[in-house]
Structures are given as structure tokens and as C-alpha cells.
Design a protein. Sequence first.
Lengths: 280, 260
Amino acid sequence: MGTTLSSPQAAAPPPNDSQKTIVFERVSIAFDERVVLDNVSFELGRGETKMLLGVLGSGKTTILKLALGLIKPDSGDIYVLGEHVNAMSEDLLFELRRKMGMVFQESALFDSLTVRENVAFRLIEEGMPPEEIERRVREALRFVELENTIEQFPGELSGGMKRRVGIARAIVDRPEILLYDSPTAGLDPVTSTTIIELLVKQRDVYHTSALMTTHRLPDTLIMAGNYFDVKENKMKPIPPGSSIDAGTTFLLLKDGKVIFDGTVEELAASKDEYIREYFA
Amino acid sequence: MEIRTPSEIAMETVLSVQDYTILASQAVANVFRKPRYLADTLLQADSIGVGSLPVVVLAGMSIGAVLALQSSNTLQRFGSLSLTGQLVSLSMVRELGAVISGLMVAGRNASGIASELGTMKVTEQIDAMRALGTDPLKKLVTPRVIATTIMLFFLTVIADLVGLGGGWLVSRFALALDSNQYWTTAWQSLQFADVFMGLTKPLLFGFIIASVGCYYGLTAKGGTQGVGRATTQAMVSSSVMILMVDFFYTKLLMTLMHVH
């Protein structure tokens, strides 16, 4: 279990260059002759949260699916936790995926299973003892503040609650990497902030490396400008001049290419016309 | 609507056959590989086998009764009404029990499997399962293939028995034949080859129903409309495949076992 935060000074550590959890090297992929990613390269450090930005259809979700090995690139290399993903068999990929968690845009909860069974799915597959499963499931649901829904089916939950159960399912086995696919898409601002607060909590409490796609700019700014205070159990803005590093970086895609990869300060200082227009 | 050239259609067909063959062979290979999902297999056996029992019993009994009724006229003309039991028995055990059960289960379950897996596919539940480190072929396909194959075997045995029962009801009460004579001719006419033929067919048909249903479900795309299309295609394709395989398998066994 990662260390907990009690003060701003204990925020997520900066990514260590020697510890890359995800590496994309000149990755390209096309669907039906339409180039979606063109020579995309980037790295995700341990404990780092990288926001993938871009207009609809810019290849953000494709990057997540490539990192999981759900699809293979046409060219280039992908390394996840040191493993060469595009050279791995499906059986080996299943092993690797157990170290990762994914939150889908539409939750993708198993609709014939209860919330308990959904969150416990991976633990049951691993053959964990029932008492340990129950403890872990309740812990994950408590984290997303939905312990009271444990017996309900996904169809009985609201959109925001489904996303939170999706987060609980992704974190229940304490993965080393989390992939969030537009976790706030289609949600109202209040629910979106609740979800983002959970992601900030996950980032700052467990220091899990994460890739997050989004096209909601307010969410990215909240992620970059806030930290989670464990003592008060709530998200707080990083004070101006503070040394807290939110460990959050930005990667902007345009026409399948990476046009920006850096921190929020570098983003704010960028003179690129498209970037300024995108954030306007 | 997009117009496709004959070569595109041919290529799509070849690719579909290739994909189906890969899925079917992996489903079989997974029977011998861990993890094995016994609870899922039993759940499917209950849903497919027990759930299909009423419709198979009804269809089997109706076919047996109609067979006795229709054949009685012809047999009477040749003074061979006493052979009704033999005719019903051979027809049901060799052919009709397996085919009728297969078609009934195909109508009920190939479409059911396709719609269930199709819905999971279009709502990203299949991707979620893969992302959680679980192989959908092992978790979803193999249990359905094992369950359908085994349960169709037993459903066919039941269909054969109730078909003979239906034939007996007609023979006894409509044709006034002696019950003892009916059952004796029905029993004595059966050879090992007949029973072998009738009881190996459901194993093939069960495999076809589940694998075709899973294939169409896992390749569904295009939202709810795509799921509906996959459901219909699964039922039609599995029914057609059952009838085709039935012909060639019957011909093969008749040649190998010298059945006339």
C-alpha cells in the first residue's frame, strides 16, 4: 500500500526518469487507411499522471487500448512495465494486464453481475480467499464512497455511480498503472468534480501511474492544480508558490501526432497557435 | 447502402470462415487448458439444457405422433401396419430426434448466446474482461460449447424416448395396435449403427450451435441493430449448418458402417 498524505509536502513524488512504466516509441496505427496515430512517442514515469488531450477522434482512446495490448500497432514499439507489449502473446498479455487497471468511458460494468461481483471479478479470477475478496471489495467501494451499493446491479445505478464502481473495479487489485478513458464524459459538472477528486485521491494516496484521456479542460486543470489532503479527506488547491508537485503532465494530439508533451507551466508558456486556441 | 464487389464479398466470406475456424479450434483447445470454469459451465448447462427441455419434449412427442399417423396410411396399404413401431423407432433414433432437438436448441440458444455476447461486445464488456486479465474465450465461449454439446446429447435421448412415446400413443389409441407389438418391433429394429449415428450427431450439432452463436456474438458491431443482426444470423447459420452437416455425416456413417 502506498504512503498516505497528511500535508501538502507529502504530495505525489515527481516521476523518476529511470523508472518508466509506459514507453511509446514511434507508434503508428491506421484504421481503414485512416491514420489515427503517426509516429507517436512518449513516456509515463512511475507515479506520474499524464493527461491525453485532443479533439474527438484524435486517437486518445487508441493509445490506451495499445498500452493494454487490446490492439496492435502497425509499426513502432510499446513497453509497459518493461515488457515489449506488441511482441507478447495474448496469454502473456493477460498476465501483464493484471498489473493494470482500466476505467472505460461508458463504465463497461458486467450488467448481469452485482456491484460486489463486478468489483471482485479480478480477485475471484485470481483465486483469492472469499474473506480477503470481501475485505478488498469493501475497501475499494469505500474509497469511491459507494459501499452501500454492494448488492445492487449496474442497471440500478446513475451514470456517475457507474463510473465510480468502474474506478473501484480498476483499483481493487492495487494496479501499478491506471488507464482512464474520459472518466467524466457525459456527466454533470458536480459529478465530474466528484470523479476527478477520486482520481486526485488515487494519485496522491497510492501514487499510481496513470494515463487519462479527456476533452474536458476544467478537469485537467483541477487535476494539475489540486492535491488530496488525507487528514481532512478532501481535495485542496495547491497554494501559489508551494513546492507541491501534482505529478501531472499533459500530452496534446493533433492529426495523429504529438504536438505537446510537458507540464502545465510549459503548456501555459507555449506560443503554439493551435495549443493557445485549444485552451482558449 | 454501400455496394460491394463480388471479390470483396468473397474475401469477407473467406475471412469469416477463417475467424470462425480459429474461434472454434481455440474453444476446443481451451477444454484442455486452465483455468476451467466449472461453475460457468454448470450455469450454462442449466440454462441451455434444462431451459430447452419443455420445447424439446413437445417437439419430440409431436414428431413421433405425426410420424406414426402419416406412415400408418402407407403401411396399411401394404398390410404392414405392425411395422409402425419399427418405422417410428428408426426415424426418431437415427435422424429426427437429433435434428429436431438441434434445430429447437439452435432457435432458442444460438440466438440467445449471440445476443448475450453481442450486447457484451458493443458495450465494451468483452474489452473490459480482457483488460481485467481474463480470456473471454475461456470464460465465455468454452463453457457454452461444453454445456451445449453435453446437454444436446441428453436432450436428444429424451426427444427419442418421448418421440417413441408419441408414436405409441397414436398406434395404441388411433390405430388400435397392440402395445407389446409396437415396443417389440421398435426395440428389435434398432442396431448399434442406428444408435451410434443418432447419439453422435447431437455432439456435432451442440458444438455447431454454441460456436456459431459465440462467433456471431463476439463479432457483433453497430450497437443494438448489430446485436439484432448477429442474433438472426446465428440462428439461421447454425440451423443451416446443422442440416448440411447432418446430410454429410449421415452419408459418411452409412458408408463406413454399411447401414442401409
